[in-house]
Design a protein around this ligand. Sequence first.
Ligand SMILES: [Zn+2]
Length: 438
Amino acid sequence: MTDSNGSSTTSNHPDGGRFGETTNSKRRHIVLTSHPSRSGRKGSPIHWGQADPLKRGPIVATVIDPTHRNVIGTHSGSYAVYRALAVASGVLHPEHRPDLTNTSPAVAIGPHPSWGDPDKIVSLDPFGALVGEVYHTLIAQGMDIRPTIAVTRAHIQMPELLEAVRQGQILEDGKIVKPGGDLVVTKAAVEPVWYLPGVAQRLQVSEDDLRYALFEQTGGMFPELVTRPDLKVFLPPIGGITVYLVGHLAAITDSTLPLAVRVHDECNGSDVFGSDICTCRPYLVHGLEECIQTAQQGGAGIIVYFRKEGRALGEVTKFLVYNARKRQEGGDRADAYFARTECVAGVQDVRFQELMPDVLHWLGITRIDRFISMSDMKYNAIVRSGIEIIERVPIPEDLIPPDARVEIEAKKAAGYYTERDVLSEDALAQVKGRNLGE
Ligand SMILES: [Zn+2]
Protein backbone atom coordinates (compact mmCIF):
# COMPACT_ATOMS: atom_id res chain seq x y z
CA MET A 1 0.00 0.00 0.00
CA THR A 2 1.06 3.60 -0.24
CA ASP A 3 0.97 6.40 2.26
CA SER A 4 -0.28 9.86 1.53
CA ASN A 5 3.18 10.97 0.42
CA GLY A 6 3.13 8.46 -2.39
CA SER A 7 5.85 6.15 -1.04
CA SER A 8 5.25 2.50 -1.60
CA THR A 9 5.36 -0.49 0.62
CA THR A 10 4.44 -4.04 -0.14
CA SER A 11 1.08 -5.68 0.01
CA ASN A 12 0.34 -9.36 -0.07
CA HIS A 13 -1.73 -10.55 -2.98
CA PRO A 14 -2.47 -14.20 -3.53
CA ASP A 15 -0.70 -15.74 -6.46
CA GLY A 16 -2.86 -16.90 -9.29
CA GLY A 17 -3.63 -16.63 -12.93
CA ARG A 18 -1.62 -17.60 -15.94
CA PHE A 19 0.77 -14.67 -15.56
CA GLY A 20 1.04 -14.91 -11.78
CA GLU A 21 4.69 -15.97 -11.62
CA THR A 22 6.09 -13.43 -14.04
CA THR A 23 4.19 -10.49 -12.60
CA ASN A 24 4.05 -11.42 -8.96
CA SER A 25 6.72 -9.02 -7.74
CA LYS A 26 5.21 -6.22 -9.80
CA ARG A 27 1.76 -6.87 -8.45
CA ARG A 28 2.94 -6.71 -4.87
CA HIS A 29 4.49 -3.31 -5.43
CA ILE A 30 1.54 -0.96 -5.66
CA VAL A 31 2.33 2.58 -6.74
CA LEU A 32 -0.46 5.06 -6.25
CA THR A 33 -0.38 8.01 -8.60
CA SER A 34 -2.38 10.28 -6.34
CA HIS A 35 0.82 12.19 -5.57
CA PRO A 36 3.95 12.69 -7.67
CA SER A 37 6.56 10.00 -7.02
CA ARG A 38 9.32 10.77 -4.55
CA SER A 39 11.88 10.17 -7.23
CA GLY A 40 10.48 13.25 -8.93
CA ARG A 41 9.92 11.34 -12.18
CA LYS A 42 6.84 12.65 -13.91
CA GLY A 43 5.34 12.14 -17.32
CA SER A 44 6.08 14.69 -20.02
CA PRO A 45 3.81 17.76 -19.96
CA ILE A 46 0.89 18.15 -22.37
CA HIS A 47 0.57 21.55 -24.08
CA TRP A 48 -3.08 21.29 -25.12
CA GLY A 49 -4.02 23.10 -28.31
CA GLN A 50 -0.55 23.06 -29.92
CA ALA A 51 -0.84 22.35 -33.66
CA ASP A 52 2.42 20.38 -33.73
CA PRO A 53 1.80 17.00 -32.06
CA LEU A 54 5.39 16.81 -30.83
CA LYS A 55 5.09 20.20 -29.14
CA ARG A 56 1.64 19.26 -27.81
CA GLY A 57 3.12 16.05 -26.44
CA PRO A 58 1.65 12.54 -26.37
CA ILE A 59 -1.25 11.47 -24.18
CA VAL A 60 0.30 8.76 -21.99
CA ALA A 61 -2.31 6.79 -20.06
CA THR A 62 -0.32 3.58 -19.68
CA VAL A 63 -0.68 1.64 -16.46
CA ILE A 64 2.51 -0.31 -17.16
CA ASP A 65 4.93 2.39 -16.00
CA PRO A 66 3.21 4.96 -13.75
CA THR A 67 6.16 7.37 -14.05
CA HIS A 68 5.37 7.86 -17.75
CA ARG A 69 1.74 8.78 -17.14
CA ASN A 70 0.72 12.37 -17.80
CA VAL A 71 -3.07 12.00 -17.51
CA ILE A 72 -5.76 10.89 -15.06
CA GLY A 73 -7.70 7.73 -15.98
CA THR A 74 -6.87 5.15 -18.59
CA HIS A 75 -7.69 3.92 -22.09
CA SER A 76 -10.86 2.23 -23.41
CA GLY A 77 -13.43 4.18 -21.40
CA SER A 78 -15.63 1.89 -19.30
CA TYR A 79 -14.05 -1.17 -20.98
CA ALA A 80 -10.97 -0.63 -18.83
CA VAL A 81 -12.89 -2.53 -16.16
CA TYR A 82 -13.16 -5.60 -18.41
CA ARG A 83 -9.43 -5.30 -19.09
CA ALA A 84 -8.96 -5.42 -15.33
CA LEU A 85 -11.08 -8.58 -15.13
CA ALA A 86 -8.94 -10.14 -17.86
CA VAL A 87 -5.78 -9.33 -15.91
CA ALA A 88 -7.29 -10.50 -12.62
CA SER A 89 -8.37 -13.81 -14.13
CA GLY A 90 -4.99 -14.32 -15.75
CA VAL A 91 -6.02 -14.27 -19.41
CA LEU A 92 -4.34 -10.93 -20.18
CA HIS A 93 -0.76 -10.12 -19.36
CA PRO A 94 -0.82 -6.84 -17.41
CA GLU A 95 2.15 -5.57 -19.40
CA HIS A 96 0.76 -6.40 -22.82
CA ARG A 97 1.36 -3.61 -25.30
CA PRO A 98 -0.63 -3.29 -28.50
CA ASP A 99 1.16 -4.28 -31.71
CA LEU A 100 0.13 -1.38 -33.95
CA THR A 101 1.35 -2.96 -37.21
CA ASN A 102 -1.15 -2.20 -40.03
CA THR A 103 -3.58 -0.42 -37.68
CA SER A 104 -3.12 3.10 -39.10
CA PRO A 105 -6.21 4.97 -40.40
CA ALA A 106 -7.75 3.53 -43.60
CA VAL A 107 -8.48 7.09 -44.68
CA ALA A 108 -6.58 10.27 -43.81
CA ILE A 109 -8.49 12.76 -41.65
CA GLY A 110 -6.82 16.10 -40.92
CA PRO A 111 -4.84 17.80 -39.68
CA HIS A 112 -7.21 20.78 -39.68
CA PRO A 113 -6.70 24.29 -38.26
CA SER A 114 -9.12 23.39 -35.42
CA TRP A 115 -6.61 20.81 -34.16
CA GLY A 116 -4.36 23.64 -33.02
CA ASP A 117 -7.12 25.66 -31.37
CA PRO A 118 -7.40 24.95 -27.62
CA ASP A 119 -10.97 26.30 -27.56
CA LYS A 120 -12.35 24.30 -30.50
CA ILE A 121 -11.49 20.81 -29.21
CA VAL A 122 -11.42 19.94 -25.49
CA SER A 123 -12.97 16.46 -25.22
CA LEU A 124 -10.94 14.30 -27.63
CA ASP A 125 -7.35 14.05 -28.80
CA PRO A 126 -7.22 15.34 -32.40
CA PHE A 127 -3.99 13.34 -32.92
CA GLY A 128 -5.61 10.20 -31.45
CA ALA A 129 -5.60 8.31 -34.77
CA LEU A 130 -2.06 9.32 -35.70
CA VAL A 131 -0.28 8.18 -32.54
CA GLY A 132 1.63 5.35 -34.26
CA GLU A 133 2.89 7.80 -36.86
CA VAL A 134 3.63 11.07 -35.04
CA TYR A 135 5.00 9.46 -31.86
CA HIS A 136 6.76 6.64 -33.68
CA THR A 137 10.17 7.51 -32.23
CA LEU A 138 8.89 7.74 -28.64
CA ILE A 139 7.10 4.39 -29.03
CA ALA A 140 10.29 2.84 -30.44
CA GLN A 141 12.13 4.17 -27.36
CA GLY A 142 9.76 2.20 -25.13
CA MET A 143 6.97 4.67 -24.37
CA ASP A 144 3.52 2.99 -24.25
CA ILE A 145 1.42 5.48 -26.25
CA ARG A 146 -1.92 4.22 -27.53
CA PRO A 147 -4.36 5.48 -30.17
CA THR A 148 -7.64 6.94 -28.88
CA ILE A 149 -9.12 7.10 -32.40
CA ALA A 150 -9.26 4.41 -35.10
CA VAL A 151 -10.47 4.87 -38.67
CA THR A 152 -11.61 2.01 -40.91
CA ARG A 153 -13.86 1.23 -43.90
CA ALA A 154 -17.04 -0.85 -43.97
CA HIS A 155 -20.14 -1.85 -45.91
CA ILE A 156 -23.39 -1.48 -43.99
CA GLN A 157 -26.67 -3.22 -44.67
CA MET A 158 -29.83 -1.98 -42.97
CA PRO A 159 -33.26 -3.41 -43.86
CA GLU A 160 -34.81 0.06 -44.33
CA LEU A 161 -32.04 1.13 -46.71
CA LEU A 162 -32.23 -2.13 -48.69
CA GLU A 163 -36.00 -1.61 -49.01
CA ALA A 164 -35.48 2.02 -50.15
CA VAL A 165 -33.07 0.75 -52.81
CA ARG A 166 -35.58 -1.92 -53.86
CA GLN A 167 -38.30 0.73 -54.22
CA GLY A 168 -35.99 3.03 -56.18
CA GLN A 169 -35.94 5.78 -53.49
CA ILE A 170 -32.18 5.29 -53.15
CA LEU A 171 -30.16 4.81 -56.31
CA GLU A 172 -27.47 2.17 -56.69
CA ASP A 173 -24.58 4.18 -58.05
CA GLY A 174 -22.04 1.37 -57.77
CA LYS A 175 -19.67 3.44 -55.62
CA ILE A 176 -21.54 4.82 -52.60
CA VAL A 177 -24.39 2.33 -52.84
CA LYS A 178 -23.19 -0.97 -54.30
CA PRO A 179 -25.37 -3.25 -56.44
CA GLY A 180 -27.64 -5.04 -53.96
CA GLY A 181 -27.82 -2.06 -51.62
CA ASP A 182 -24.62 -2.19 -49.54
CA LEU A 183 -23.71 1.29 -48.30
CA VAL A 184 -19.96 2.01 -48.39
CA VAL A 185 -18.78 4.02 -45.38
CA THR A 186 -15.67 5.18 -43.62
CA LYS A 187 -16.07 4.92 -39.88
CA ALA A 188 -14.10 6.28 -36.97
CA ALA A 189 -14.23 5.24 -33.31
CA VAL A 190 -13.30 8.00 -30.87
CA GLU A 191 -12.54 7.65 -27.17
CA PRO A 192 -12.99 10.64 -24.90
CA VAL A 193 -9.89 12.59 -23.84
CA TRP A 194 -10.85 15.58 -21.73
CA TYR A 195 -8.71 18.66 -21.25
CA LEU A 196 -10.16 19.63 -17.87
CA PRO A 197 -9.61 23.42 -18.03
CA GLY A 198 -11.32 23.44 -21.45
CA VAL A 199 -14.22 21.24 -20.33
CA ALA A 200 -14.73 23.48 -17.27
CA GLN A 201 -14.76 26.55 -19.49
CA ARG A 202 -17.35 24.98 -21.82
CA LEU A 203 -19.62 24.17 -18.88
CA GLN A 204 -18.93 27.59 -17.35
CA VAL A 205 -17.80 26.15 -14.02
CA SER A 206 -14.46 26.42 -12.25
CA GLU A 207 -11.91 23.68 -12.91
CA ASP A 208 -11.80 23.00 -9.15
CA ASP A 209 -15.57 22.49 -8.98
CA LEU A 210 -15.47 20.21 -12.02
CA ARG A 211 -12.62 18.13 -10.58
CA TYR A 212 -14.30 17.81 -7.18
CA ALA A 213 -17.65 16.74 -8.67
CA LEU A 214 -15.95 14.18 -10.95
CA PHE A 215 -13.98 12.82 -7.97
CA GLU A 216 -16.94 12.63 -5.64
CA GLN A 217 -19.57 11.36 -8.10
CA THR A 218 -17.31 8.48 -9.23
CA GLY A 219 -17.02 7.39 -5.60
CA GLY A 220 -13.45 8.60 -5.36
CA MET A 221 -12.39 6.44 -8.30
CA PHE A 222 -9.80 8.96 -9.50
CA PRO A 223 -8.01 10.63 -6.53
CA GLU A 224 -5.67 12.51 -8.89
CA LEU A 225 -8.61 14.71 -9.86
CA VAL A 226 -8.22 16.45 -6.51
CA THR A 227 -4.59 15.73 -5.60
CA ARG A 228 -2.84 16.36 -8.93
CA PRO A 229 -3.78 19.78 -10.37
CA ASP A 230 -0.65 19.43 -12.54
CA LEU A 231 -2.43 16.67 -14.52
CA LYS A 232 -4.78 18.55 -16.84
CA VAL A 233 -6.08 15.70 -19.01
CA PHE A 234 -8.61 13.05 -17.93
CA LEU A 235 -9.66 9.92 -19.82
CA PRO A 236 -13.15 9.44 -18.36
CA PRO A 237 -14.73 5.97 -17.93
CA ILE A 238 -17.59 6.69 -20.36
CA GLY A 239 -18.70 5.57 -23.80
CA GLY A 240 -17.19 7.09 -26.90
CA ILE A 241 -18.32 8.21 -30.33
CA THR A 242 -18.61 6.47 -33.70
CA VAL A 243 -18.55 8.58 -36.86
CA TYR A 244 -19.96 7.24 -40.14
CA LEU A 245 -18.79 9.11 -43.23
CA VAL A 246 -20.53 8.65 -46.59
CA GLY A 247 -19.40 9.92 -49.97
CA HIS A 248 -16.74 12.36 -51.07
CA LEU A 249 -14.65 13.04 -47.94
CA ALA A 250 -13.16 16.25 -49.37
CA ALA A 251 -16.71 17.68 -49.22
CA ILE A 252 -16.52 17.63 -45.42
CA THR A 253 -14.13 20.58 -45.41
CA ASP A 254 -14.98 22.11 -48.81
CA SER A 255 -17.82 24.56 -48.14
CA THR A 256 -18.67 24.71 -51.87
CA LEU A 257 -19.82 21.07 -51.73
CA PRO A 258 -22.97 19.98 -49.84
CA LEU A 259 -22.70 18.35 -46.42
CA ALA A 260 -25.44 16.58 -44.44
CA VAL A 261 -24.92 15.78 -40.75
CA ARG A 262 -26.93 13.93 -38.13
CA VAL A 263 -25.73 13.88 -34.52
CA HIS A 264 -27.43 10.89 -32.89
CA ASP A 265 -27.37 9.91 -29.23
CA GLU A 266 -27.59 6.20 -28.52
CA CYS A 267 -30.99 4.64 -27.93
CA ASN A 268 -30.43 0.90 -27.85
CA GLY A 269 -34.14 0.05 -27.52
CA SER A 270 -35.07 1.80 -30.75
CA ASP A 271 -31.76 1.86 -32.68
CA VAL A 272 -31.16 -1.88 -32.40
CA PHE A 273 -34.44 -3.47 -31.32
CA GLY A 274 -37.01 -1.22 -33.01
CA SER A 275 -38.91 -0.21 -29.85
CA ASP A 276 -41.69 2.17 -30.96
CA ILE A 277 -41.85 4.55 -27.97
CA CYS A 278 -39.47 7.03 -29.62
CA THR A 279 -38.32 8.20 -33.04
CA CYS A 280 -34.64 7.29 -32.71
CA ARG A 281 -34.18 4.53 -35.30
CA PRO A 282 -36.56 6.03 -37.92
CA TYR A 283 -34.76 9.38 -37.63
CA LEU A 284 -31.35 7.67 -37.76
CA VAL A 285 -32.35 5.84 -40.95
CA HIS A 286 -33.74 9.06 -42.41
CA GLY A 287 -30.42 10.73 -41.57
CA LEU A 288 -28.57 7.97 -43.43
CA GLU A 289 -30.84 8.42 -46.46
CA GLU A 290 -30.12 12.17 -46.43
CA CYS A 291 -26.40 11.39 -46.16
CA ILE A 292 -26.58 9.06 -49.18
CA GLN A 293 -28.52 11.56 -51.29
CA THR A 294 -26.12 14.39 -50.40
CA ALA A 295 -23.15 12.16 -51.17
CA GLN A 296 -24.67 11.21 -54.52
CA GLN A 297 -24.88 14.93 -55.34
CA GLY A 298 -21.09 15.13 -55.02
CA GLY A 299 -21.07 16.02 -51.33
CA ALA A 300 -20.75 14.03 -48.12
CA GLY A 301 -22.91 12.81 -45.29
CA ILE A 302 -21.99 12.20 -41.67
CA ILE A 303 -23.70 10.35 -38.83
CA VAL A 304 -22.12 10.99 -35.45
CA TYR A 305 -23.23 8.36 -32.94
CA PHE A 306 -22.68 9.17 -29.26
CA ARG A 307 -22.91 6.53 -26.49
CA LYS A 308 -25.22 8.67 -24.38
CA GLU A 309 -28.01 6.19 -23.67
CA GLY A 310 -31.21 7.65 -22.24
CA ARG A 311 -30.03 11.27 -22.49
CA ALA A 312 -26.86 10.03 -20.78
CA LEU A 313 -28.89 9.00 -17.72
CA GLY A 314 -28.54 5.32 -18.64
CA GLU A 315 -31.01 2.62 -19.58
CA VAL A 316 -32.10 1.71 -16.05
CA THR A 317 -33.26 5.28 -15.45
CA LYS A 318 -34.87 5.28 -18.89
CA PHE A 319 -36.95 2.16 -18.25
CA LEU A 320 -37.98 3.44 -14.80
CA VAL A 321 -39.20 6.60 -16.53
CA TYR A 322 -41.13 4.56 -19.11
CA ASN A 323 -42.97 2.79 -16.28
CA ALA A 324 -43.62 6.06 -14.44
CA ARG A 325 -44.95 7.65 -17.63
CA LYS A 326 -47.30 4.80 -18.45
CA ARG A 327 -48.56 4.27 -14.90
CA GLN A 328 -49.16 7.92 -13.99
CA GLU A 329 -52.70 9.17 -13.50
CA GLY A 330 -54.15 9.97 -16.91
CA GLY A 331 -51.67 7.66 -18.65
CA ASP A 332 -48.64 8.47 -20.80
CA ARG A 333 -49.14 11.94 -22.23
CA ALA A 334 -47.07 14.65 -23.85
CA ASP A 335 -47.68 17.37 -21.24
CA ALA A 336 -46.04 15.22 -18.51
CA TYR A 337 -43.22 13.80 -20.68
CA PHE A 338 -40.27 15.73 -19.22
CA ALA A 339 -41.69 15.88 -15.69
CA ARG A 340 -41.54 12.08 -15.34
CA THR A 341 -37.83 12.01 -16.28
CA GLU A 342 -37.15 14.74 -13.76
CA CYS A 343 -39.06 12.85 -11.02
CA VAL A 344 -36.80 9.83 -11.40
CA ALA A 345 -33.46 11.38 -12.39
CA GLY A 346 -33.71 14.83 -10.80
CA VAL A 347 -32.88 16.36 -14.16
CA GLN A 348 -34.28 16.09 -17.71
CA ASP A 349 -31.06 15.62 -19.64
CA VAL A 350 -27.34 15.26 -18.89
CA ARG A 351 -25.91 14.95 -22.40
CA PHE A 352 -24.10 18.30 -22.22
CA GLN A 353 -24.16 19.08 -25.91
CA GLU A 354 -21.57 21.81 -25.25
CA LEU A 355 -18.88 19.15 -25.73
CA MET A 356 -20.53 17.50 -28.77
CA PRO A 357 -19.24 19.82 -31.55
CA ASP A 358 -15.61 18.81 -30.83
CA VAL A 359 -15.91 15.79 -33.10
CA LEU A 360 -17.24 18.01 -35.92
CA HIS A 361 -14.21 20.29 -35.48
CA TRP A 362 -11.93 17.24 -35.50
CA LEU A 363 -13.39 16.45 -38.94
CA GLY A 364 -12.67 20.03 -40.05
CA ILE A 365 -16.34 21.00 -40.56
CA THR A 366 -17.08 24.74 -40.83
CA ARG A 367 -20.48 24.57 -42.52
CA ILE A 368 -23.39 22.09 -42.54
CA ASP A 369 -25.89 22.39 -45.38
CA ARG A 370 -28.47 19.96 -44.02
CA PHE A 371 -28.61 19.27 -40.29
CA ILE A 372 -30.78 16.18 -39.74
CA SER A 373 -31.96 16.93 -36.21
CA MET A 374 -34.73 18.87 -34.51
CA SER A 375 -32.81 19.28 -31.24
CA ASP A 376 -32.40 22.92 -30.29
CA MET A 377 -29.68 21.91 -27.81
CA LYS A 378 -27.58 20.30 -30.55
CA TYR A 379 -28.25 23.12 -33.03
CA ASN A 380 -27.30 25.83 -30.51
CA ALA A 381 -24.14 24.04 -29.42
CA ILE A 382 -22.93 23.61 -33.00
CA VAL A 383 -23.70 27.17 -34.07
CA ARG A 384 -22.13 28.62 -30.90
CA SER A 385 -18.96 26.63 -31.63
CA GLY A 386 -18.59 28.53 -34.91
CA ILE A 387 -20.08 26.09 -37.44
CA GLU A 388 -22.70 27.48 -39.80
CA ILE A 389 -25.94 25.50 -40.28
CA ILE A 390 -27.87 26.33 -43.44
CA GLU A 391 -30.97 24.15 -43.12
CA ARG A 392 -32.55 21.95 -40.44
CA VAL A 393 -34.35 18.79 -41.52
CA PRO A 394 -37.13 17.47 -39.25
CA ILE A 395 -38.21 13.82 -39.18
CA PRO A 396 -40.89 13.18 -41.84
CA GLU A 397 -44.31 12.80 -40.19
CA ASP A 398 -44.93 9.36 -41.69
CA LEU A 399 -41.84 7.97 -39.94
CA ILE A 400 -43.14 8.75 -36.43
CA PRO A 401 -44.50 5.59 -34.70
CA PRO A 402 -47.91 6.22 -33.02
CA ASP A 403 -46.56 5.57 -29.50
CA ALA A 404 -43.72 8.08 -30.14
CA ARG A 405 -46.21 10.96 -30.61
CA VAL A 406 -45.94 11.68 -26.87
CA GLU A 407 -42.19 12.23 -27.16
CA ILE A 408 -42.14 14.22 -30.38
CA GLU A 409 -44.97 16.59 -29.44
CA ALA A 410 -43.46 17.19 -25.99
CA LYS A 411 -40.06 17.95 -27.54
CA LYS A 412 -41.52 20.30 -30.14
CA ALA A 413 -43.39 22.16 -27.38
CA ALA A 414 -40.10 22.40 -25.44
CA GLY A 415 -38.24 24.07 -28.32
CA TYR A 416 -37.39 21.37 -30.86
CA TYR A 417 -37.25 22.61 -34.42
CA THR A 418 -40.45 22.07 -36.38
CA GLU A 419 -42.09 23.49 -39.47
CA ARG A 420 -45.52 22.64 -38.04
CA ASP A 421 -47.67 24.10 -35.25
CA VAL A 422 -46.60 23.56 -31.66
CA LEU A 423 -49.40 22.17 -29.48
CA SER A 424 -50.91 24.11 -26.57
CA GLU A 425 -50.68 22.73 -23.02
CA ASP A 426 -54.28 21.47 -23.27
CA ALA A 427 -53.64 19.82 -26.62
CA LEU A 428 -50.42 18.21 -25.27
CA ALA A 429 -52.47 16.57 -22.51
CA GLN A 430 -54.54 14.89 -25.23
CA VAL A 431 -51.51 13.29 -26.95
CA LYS A 432 -51.41 9.86 -25.34
CA GLY A 433 -49.35 6.72 -25.61
CA ARG A 434 -50.11 3.09 -24.87
CA ASN A 435 -50.66 1.92 -21.30
CA LEU A 436 -48.16 -0.41 -19.68
CA GLY A 437 -49.05 -3.98 -20.58
CA GLU A 438 -50.99 -3.12 -23.72
ZN1 LIG B 1 -35.12 6.50 -28.50
